[in-house]
Ligand binder design. Structure first.
Ligand code: CU
Length: 672
C-alpha cells in the first residue's frame, strides 16, 4: 500500500535490488572466474545494496571478455571493492538477522545497535572470513579466526560507524515504519545503512588490501579435464593446510594483482593431482593473498604495528561516534514494538526524552486501519433514532476508522462514531431512561464521556478513572436517566487528545420535559467545530503543540465551501447551538447581519434578565452556547470563526474563505 510518496522509491528500490541480485547470481555462477565465497559475496551485497551492488559488480569484478578477469581486477580500487564486498556480505548478513530478531524481541534501539554490531562482527569473522576463506587460504579454522580478527574488527567498526547513524536517523525520524521489519521501508533503510557502512569501510579496506592484510579480488578458473595435465594449472580451492606465502612474497604493495610464484603453484598443483577428486583443477590468482596479518604467519605485509594500532583506534572512535552521537537527538530507549510503524507529523519536536506514548499520541492515523470511505454526500451528525426496550431508549454507537471527505479535494482519516463526523446526534427528552451501547472497532481502546450530564459516576466515561477502557472488539453499556435539558455533547475520554481530535464526538440534545420551557425559533442548527491536520494524504490529530497545528477546520465535518447553507426568510429566527467539540482550540464565532441573543450556556437556559446580545462568542473546548439570531435583511450572511486563519483551507481561501465558515441565506423583501 502506497502511504507516502517515498513508498514509490521504496518499492522501486526493492524491485531493482531483487532484479540486480538475480542478475549478479546468474552471471556469477554462469562463469565469472572467481572463488565461490566472492560469488556469494557479490550476490549478497547486491541484494543488500541494490543498484549500487550491481554497479560495483559490473565496474569492478565482472569479467569483460573471457580470459581477462586477471587483468581487469588488477587496479587497487577494484581490489578494495572486492575486500569490502567480502567484509560487508558477512557483516551485513549478521546485522540484518540481528535487526529482525531485536525488533521482534522488542529490544530498545541502543541494545539493537550493540547486538547488531556483535552479530555482524561474529558472522563476518567466524563464517565469512575464517570459515569460507579457510578453503582457499589453508590453515586451521582457529588460525583463520586469529589472522582475520584485526582486519574484520577494523572493517566492522567502519561498517557500523556508517550504518548506525543512518539507521537511527531514518528509522527514528518521522517515518518510524522503518523500525518494523514487516514494512518494506525497513529493508530500504537497512540497505541505505549498508551503503553508508560500505562507503566508510571502503578506504580502510583499500589500505588493508594494499598492505596485504586482506585479500582483494581473485581469479579462479575451473578448467576442463585437460587442465589437470597442465603444469601451469595451479593452486586451488582444494588446499587446506599451510597457506603459501609465495604470493605475499611477490606482492606489490602498490596494489597490482599478483600471480602466485611458480614453485608455489607447482607445489599446490602437484598436491592437487594426488586428490582423488582431481578431475578438475582450479587456478587461482590472488589480487592479494588473503588472510595473514602482522599476527599471522610471519608474513611481510608492510604494515607497522603503530600503523595498525592507529588505524584500529581510529575506527573504534568512528564506531563509538556512530553509535553514541545520535543519542543526543533521538530516544534510543524506544523499541520497534512500541513505535514501529508510526509516522510522525512534520515539525513535531522529538528529542532523546520524547516517550513512545507522546509519539503514538501524535502519529498519523494508519491508512491501513480505514474500514470505509465516505464522500460529501454523507452528512455527519445525523439524528440517531433510538429503539425502545422496556421503556429504555437504546442507542448503538460503534467506533471505527473511516476516510471522510471534508472538501471536494480533501479526505481525512478519522476516528468516527457510526461512520460519521461528527458522530450521530443523540436526541432524547429530559426524564428519559437511555442506554447507549458502545462497540469499539478502533485499533486502540476508547471510552465515551457524556459531557455536562448528571449521571452515575460509573457511567461518566473517563478511562482508568471510572471504568476500564473498552478494548478493540468489546462493548460497553452506558445507561442513565436524563435529569437535565439543553445542549450537551459526548466524546471519547480515552487518549482524548488524540481521539477527540480525530473526530470522536457528537451532539447530545436533551429536550426539556416541559416543551414550553424550550426557547423556540423558526430554524435550528447545531454547529460542531473541529480542527484537522492533513499532510501528504495522512491525517494527524491536530493539537496545540509543535507539529500538531491544524491546517483544516470543519463545521459538522465539512470545511467551507462544503459546509451547509442555512436558508430562511426575513423575519424568521434561527437558533444556533454552538458546541465546542474541538479539544484544543478556541473559536470566536461571529455571525454577520446583526447581533444574536445568547439564551443558554453549557446546557443551562439563562434567566431572561441574564440573556444578552452579542455578535461574537468565544467557543472554547467543551463549551456550548445557544443563541437566537433574527434574520432582518435578505442576503448571504456568514457564520465564521474570527481567527482568520481558521477560515482558510490549508492556509488558502476558496470562494472567499474556508474552514469554519458557513452561509445563512436569507430571502425576503429586499427593501427591508
Ligand atoms: Cu477559530
Amino acid at each position: 500500500m502506497l502511504i507516502q510518496p517515498i513508498d514509490i522509491f521504496v518499492y522501486a528500490w526493492l524491485i531493482v535490488a531483487a532484479l540486480s541480485a538475480a542478475y549478479v547470481a546468474w552471471d556469477q555462477f554462469k562463469g565469472n572466474p572467481e572463488p565461490a565465497v566472492m560469488k556469494w559475496g557479490f550476490v549478497l551485497v547486491t541484494l543488500y545494496m541494490g543498484p549500487i551492488g550491481l554497479l560495483l559488480y559490473v565496474m569492478a569484478d565482472k569479467e569483460p571478455t573471457p580470459g581477462t578477469h586477471e587483468e581487469f581486477v588488477k587496479p587497487l580500487w577494484k581490489q578494495g571493492v572486492g575486500s569490502t564486498v567480502h567484509c560487508v556480505a558477512g557483516d551485513a548478513t549478521g546485522i540484518l538477522a540481528a535487526a529482525v530478531i531485536t525488533a521482534l524481541v522488542g529490544l530498545p534501539m541502543w541494545a539493537d545497535l550493540i547486538v547488531e554490531y556483535t552479530a555482524g562482527f561474529l558472522f563476518g569473522l567466524l563464517i565469512f572470513q575464517a570459515l569460507f576463506m579457510r578453503k582457499m587460504m589453508g590453515g586451521t579454522y582457529l588460525e583463520n579466526v586469529r589472522r582475520s580478527f584485526l582486519p574484520e574488527l577494523i572493517s566492522m567498526n567502519c561498517m557500523m560507524a556508517g550504518m548506525a547513524p543512518v539507521m537511527i536517523y531514518l528509522m527514528m525520524g518521522r517515518d518510524m515504519r522503518a523500525m518494523w521489519p514487516g514494512e518494506p521501508l525497513f529493508w530500504v533503510v537497512m540497505s541505505l545503512g549498508i551503503v553508508a557502512g560500505f562507503a566508510i569501510a571502503y578506504p580502510v579496506n583499500v589500505w588493508m588490501v594494499a598492505h596485504g592484510m586482506k585479500h582483494g579480488l581473485m581469479t579462479v578458473r575451473e578448467d576442463s579435464r585437460s587442465a589437470k595435465k597442465s603444469s601451469n594449472s595451479s593452486p586451488g580451492a582444494g588446499r587446506d593446510k599451510e597457506p603459501t606465502h609465495g604470493a605475499m612474497a611477490g606482492m606489490d604493495h602498490s596494489g597490482k594483482a599478483m600471480t602466485k610464484s611458480t614453485d608455489t603453484s607447482a607445489k599446490i598443483s602437484s598436491r592437487h593431482k594426488k586428490s582423488p577428486q582431481g578431475d578438475k583443477s582450479t587456478q587461482m590468482r590472488d589480487g592479494h593473498s588473503a588472510g595473514d596479518t602482522l599476527a599471522g604467519h610471519g608474513m611481510q605485509s608492510g604494515v607497522t604495528r603503530p600503523q595498525l594500532v592507529a588505524v584500529t583506534v581510529f575506527t573504534l572512535l568512528l564506531l563509538i561516534a556512530g553509535m553514541t552521537v545520535p543519542s543526543a537527538f533521538f530516544n534510543l530507549t524506544l523499541t520497534a514494538e512500541q513505535v514501529g510503524g508510526a509516522i510522525m507529523p512534520p515539525g513535531m519536536i522529538m528529542t532523546q526524552e520524547t516517550p513512545a506514548t507522546a509519539m503514538l499520541d501524535m502519529a498519523a492515523v494508519n491508512p491501513r486501519d480505514v474500514t470505509a470511505s465516505y464522500g460529501l454526500d454523507r452528512p455527519g451528525a445525523q439524528v440517531l433514532q433510538p429503539r425502545l426496550e422496556n421503556g429504555v431508549k437504546v442507542f448503538d454507537l460503534t467506533t471505527s476508522v473511516i476516510r471522510w471527505q471534508i472538501l471536494p479535494s480533501v479526505f481525512v482519516d478519522a476516528y468516527a462514531f457510526n461512520g460519521q463526523v461528527p458522530g450521530p446526534t443523540l436526541r432524547f427528552r429530559q426524564g428519559d431512561r437511555v442506554r447507549i451501547n458502545v462497540t469499539n472497532h478502533l485499533p486502540e481502546t476508547t471510552t465515551v464521556h457524556w459531557h455536562g450530564l448528571i449521571l452515575p459516576n460509573v457511567m461518566d466515561g473517563p478511562a482508568e478513572v471510572t471504568q476500564s477502557p473498552i478494548k478493540a472488539g468489546e462493548l460497553y453499556r452506558y445507561e442513565f436517566t436524563a435529569l437535565q435539558s439543553g445542549t450537551y455533547f459526548y466524546h471519547s475520554h480515552d487518549h482524548v487528545d488524540r481521539q477527540q481530535s480525530l473526530g470522536l464526538y457528537g451532539a447530545l440534545i436533551v429536550d426539556p420535559s416541559d416543551a414550553a420551557q424550550e426557547i423556540a425559533a423558526d430554524h435550528e442548527y447545531t454547529l460542531q467545530l473541529q480542527e484537522w491536520l492533513v499532510r501528504d494524504g495522512l491525517t494527524y490529530p491536530a493539537m496545540p503543540m509543535e507539529g500538531g497545528m491544524p491546517n483544516y477546520f470543519t463545521i459538522n465535518g465539512r470545511a467551507y465551501p462544503s459546509t451547509d447553507t442555512i436558508t430562511m426568510k426575513v423575519g424568521e429566527t434561527l437558533k444556533v447551538r454552538f458546541i465546542g467539540s474541538s479539544s484544543g482550540f478556541i473559536h470566536p464565532m461571529h455571525i454577520h447581519g446583526g447581533p444574536f441573543t445568547v439564551v443558554a450556556r453549557d446546557g443551562e437556559t439563562l434567566e431572561p434578565a441574564a440573556r444578552y446580545k452579542a455578535d461574537t462568542l468565544n467557543i472554547g473546548p467543551g463549551q456550548r452556547y445557544d443563541v437566537i439570531w433574527p434574520a432582518t435583511k435578505p442576503g448571504k450572511w456568514l457564520i465564521h470563526c474570527h481567527i482568520s486563519h481558521h477560515a482558510t483551507n490549508n492556509n488558502t481561501e476558496q470562494q472567499g474563505g474556508g474552514g469554519l465558515m458557513m452561509v445563512i441565506e436569507v430571502t425576503g423583501d429586499p427593501t427591508q
